[in-house]
Design a protein around this ligand. Structure first.
Ligand SMILES: Cc1cc2nc3c(=O)[nH]c(=O)nc-3n(C[C@H](O)[C@H](O)[C@H](O)COP(=O)(O)OP(=O)(O)OC[C@H]3O[C@@H](n4cnc5c(N)ncnc54)[C@H](O)[C@@H]3O)c2cc1C
Length: 366
């Protein structure tokens, strides 16, 4: 092992919004991620048509609350960015408390990471103990199929629980890791989400019929049909409308039951729909909007889209006044491994950014 591979600074696994929040507050860390690019579930796709589109999260709320030591405190995400010199041009969407970045949701993570260069294409596959205070991490490097090993004293895992449990399963048995896996088992519940993106060169829906007004000062661009198959519709061409002249673009996130049932054969390796889904999607677009066949259909699937039973609560204030939070802190201290993500804060950008900022400023993140 090369001397440079014994890290004295915290090593973060995962380069999504959780990781970017830590980096923004403490750039003296090293980040490894298995993907080709940072972003995780906060990703935009560029280049397959005139505008970017968001295929994970599509907006965020600026405000969040924390309950700690019997008090509730309010935080604004844009204020947190401002105080850390992170500049993200945003526009309001939906109402005056929800926003999206002008350059795509992926711009949030890249702006918060700033100058910090993440180490991509490194998939963590094993964690082993070297001595009481040092961990050895083994990665599979996808570009050359080689194994790379590093050591560190302080590790922060920001990846979804099922992926952590898989790593722990392949790691040598160890009491500290067992404590973490027993604890994480309580929060291991994620929904799947299938996604389709449709792009038309030369067709726009009748906005009026859809009760959408592109001219409004804060345009509503989304439609939520809770519990239905076509659960969440986001007209990405209204969000990024300066790039659209005669065409339009729609992103659909499918309901959890539909996503569960059709997950396996949703798309081929090029993200094209399998023929039976292509037909079904085209028919549904015609029925719903009188739309012609789109010029592009692009599919995606999120296996661990959103944590369902977060430790600090799914909605309302992040509740730090609970016993489970004390156990979480103790585990981090005792093992030198901190584990966080949407299973801790809830699957909302503002909860993650605000939560990590709060923990850092109050010395609750070690
Ligand atoms: C379809 C969808 C719609 C959503 N809509 C919204 C919304 O509108 N508003 C909102 O606020 N939130 C929304 N969310 C939730 C929000 O996107 C997530 O809660 C948040 O992005 C989670 O960030 P994270 O950093 O914790 O995890 P992730 O973004 O999952 O980051 C984890 C990173 O770890 C990497 N990784 C995984 N395994 C390994 C490994 N073994 N080794 C190395 N790296 C690894 C991954 O590549 C990934 O980059 C949505 C999520 C989805 C999927």
């Amino acid at each position: 092992m090369n001397q440079n591979d014994c890290y004295q600074v915290p090593v973060i696994i995962g380069a999504g919004i959780s990781s970017a929040s830590i980096v923004m507050l403490n750039p003296n860390v090293v980040v490894f991620d298995k993907g080709r690019f940072p972003g995780g579930r906060l990703s935009s796709k560029y280049g397959i048509n005139p505008s970017p589109f968001d295929f994970g999260a599509t907006m965020f709320s600026d405000l969040m609350d924390v309950r700690w030591l019997g008090q509730e405190m309010k935080y604004s995400i844009s204020e947190i960015w401002k105080s850390n010199s992170v500049h993200i041009p945003t526009r309001p969407i939906y109402d005056d408390t929800h926003f999206y970045p002008e350059n795509g949701m992926g711009n949030i993570v890249s702006s918060m990471l700033g100058e910090n260069k993440t180490i991509q294409s490194h998939k963590l596959i094993k964690i082993e103990m070297v001595d009481e205070t040092t961990w050895k991490l083994e990665f599979l490097v996808s570009v050359n199929k080689q194994i790379k090993t590093i050591t560190a004293k302080n590790i922060i895992l920001t990846i979804p629980i099922p992926q952590i449990l898989e790593i722990l399963h392949f790691s040598e048995k160890n009491q500290k890791l067992k404590h973490w896996s027993d604890f994480l088992g309580n929060y291991n519940d994620y929904r799947k989400t299938l996604v389709s993106y449709f792009y038309w060169d030369n067709w726009k829906p009748n906005w009026k019929e859809l009760l959408l007004n592109p001219e409004a000062s804060i345009p509503v661009t989304t439609l939520l049909n809770r519990g239905e198959d076509w659960e969440y519709l986001s007209w990405e061409s209204l969000k990024y409308n300066n790039k659209f002249v005669s065409g339009s673009a729609l992103l659909v996130q499918f309901g959890s039951l539909f996503s569960e049932n059709h997950f396996e054969d949703w798309m081929d390796e090029n993200k094209n729909p399998k023929p039976k889904y292509k037909e079904l999607l085209i028919q549904e677009l015609k029925k719903r909007f009188g739309a012609p066949e789109p010029n592009i259909i692009w599919q995606h699937r999120w296996k661990y889209a959103q944590a369902q039973i977060p430790l600090l609560g799914k909605e309302g204030a992040l509740n730090l006044d609970i016993e489970e939070f004390e156990v979480w802190k103790k585990l981090g201290k005792e093992t030198g491994i901190t584990i966080l993500g949407d299973w801790l804060f809830g699957a909302r950008i503002e909860r993650i950014v605000g939560g990590i900022s709060f923990l850092t400023h109050n010395n609750l993140l070690h």
